[in-house]
Design a protein around this ligand. Sequence first.
Ligand SMILES: [Zn+2]
Length: 146
Amino acid sequence: MVSANPLRFHLDILQSKPEVNAVIHTHSMFATTLSTLRKGIPPFHYMVALAGGDDIRCAPYALFGSQLLSDHALAALSNRKACLLANHGMIAMGDNLHKALAIALEVETLAEQYLHALQVGEPHLLTHDEMREVIEKFKGYGVWGK
Ligand SMILES: [Zn+2]
């Protein structure tokens, strides 16, 4: 039998990422809705870069509290500050709770915007170079950090 520990991915993230001091997990409406499509958030808006890269990945589905879910989440969080969890919700993290919350709120907004855009067509995506430019700019903003 697989033992479920709802704190497992929180603990695994905190142990494996010394720069992270806060982990937020939500089943918020739009991030969760998008996660049921098993879609990550592509670079359809420059604020996607707030999560640290060109996209916000969606980790594959696994049972809540399972080691497999934690492993999937850690992989999806590689070089990122947030991810979706398929058919489940999202994770956001930061070096403090304020930053983790700011990222969680932004991911929810982006998920809502992306879902709206998908209803009328396929959004145009920013290029890797355009996203790199945004990430460089963000480095100067203290609230969002490095
Ligand atoms: Zn959950």
